[in-house]
Design a protein around this ligand. Structure first.
Ligand code: 2P0
Length: 342
């Protein structure tokens, strides 16, 4: 019996310059480059065991065996590594998502980043984290950025080999983010479906691509200068432009719910009346994410409590690079996991 084992942790990330649209669906090549902030409060731990006793791949998430459909996604992803390394063994994959249920954050970014690092570790692949991000990308675009901590750019590249993530700045300078988990339980339009429909039908789509490139250049300058105000303003503007493309799709749709608009209004009011710098962004769901200074976070959380229940306000600091876990750390993770997403 031979086994090859790898374990890893990766944190989720929130895009400040959004990835919205693919130019190649099979290779997950994006229309535009994007930039995100990795968050330390939300992460996925994954263990992969390649084992020649297995006759098929297995996948459990949060202690529950997953359906054929979920397993086939994982198998296709593992095939990329098996082909690269000429590996024939099947694998057992166990993942734990440490994301509060209320946060309603998509976990595909941290999930595929953790799986990519765990698999590369098990198979002893000699890949840089940038190269590994080109594998992660094929599971879910946003997972490229979860291999790194702090501010991370995903360069759209020219082909599969160079469409990769790179660290921009470790964000160790008074940066924080607060998730406003308004979670209305409304029917979701998966981001993959939403972006495809938008690319195909939105009359604003080309303007999105053109201006996202400009936003990316400007936000990188703001990060280099540690200019929080400019960083926040570009973030808010870019996010709203992404959502404008959904409203201009045909038929139109939106990820905004009434509760999202209320939360947005609360952020604007606090910014104007209390003078606290806070800028919002949203993804393919109703929750609002607020970029702020770490030093303002306590005051901002208190102010937000006038508008939202305390349990819906979830602060986070910037997260670190994805990293390899030891068996002891994996066991500790299993022991603290309650069996349901926290
Ligand atoms: C982002 N989103 O940059 C953007 C902004 C949602 C809105 O990346 O099809 O789950 O797996 O590549 O990565 C969510 O899209 O999509 C996303 P796929 P993914 O974070």
């Amino acid at each position: 019996m031979t086994q090859a084992v790898g374990r890893a942790r990766a944190h989720t990330n929130i895009a400040l310059i959004k990835y919205w649209g693919k130019r190649d669906k099979d290779l997950f090549l994006p229309m535009n480059s994007s930039l995100s902030l990795t968050l330390d409060a939300f992460y996925t731990d994954t263990k992969v065991v390649f084992d020649d006793n297995l006759t098929e791949d297995r996948f459990s998430l949060n202690g529950k065996l997953q359906s054929e459909k979920e397993i086939s996604k994982i198998s296709r992803f593992l095939d990329l590594f098996r082909e690269y390394k000429d590996e024939s063994r099947f694998a057992r994959v166990e993942s734990l998502n440490f994301v509060p249920t209320a946060a309603g954050l998509a976990s595909s970014a941290s999930a595929f980043a953790a799986l990519a690092l765990a698999t590369a570790t098990a198979l002893e692949l000699e890949l840089s984290p940038e190269e590994l991000s080109t594998f992660a990308r094929r599971g879910s675009g946003s997972s490229t950025r979860s291999l790194f901590g702090g501010f991370v750019e995903w360069d759209k590249g020219t082909c599969s080999a160079d469409s990769m993530a790179r660290p921009v700045d470790d964000a160790s300078w008074d940066i924080g983010m607060i998730i406003l988990a308004v979670n209305t339980g409304q029917k979701k339009i998966a981001s993959r479906v939403g972006m495809e429909h938008t690319v195909a039908t939105s009359s604003f789509y080309q303007a999105w691509v053109d201006t996202a490139a400009e936003d990316l250049e400007n936000i990188k300058k703001a990060i280099a200068l540690r200019d929080f105000e400019t960083l926040g303003k570009i973030t808010e503007h870019n996010g709203m432009k992404m959502h404008a493309t959904t409203l201009s799709a045909n038929p139109p749709f939106t990820y905004f719910s009434a509760k999202s608009l209320e939360a947005q209004e609360a952020v604007r009011t606090i910014r104007e009346e209390l003078g606290i710098s806070a800028y919002m962004t949203m993804d393919a769901g109703p929750n609002v994410k607020v970029l702020c200074r770490q030093s303002d976070m306590e005051r901002l959380v208190r102010a937000l409590q006038d508008y939202l229940p305390a349990e819906k306000i979830i602060p986070s600091l910037p997260g670190k690079d994805a990293f390899v876990l030891t068996e002891e750390e994996w066991q500790a993770s299993l022991a603290t996991f309650t069996g349901e997403p926290r």
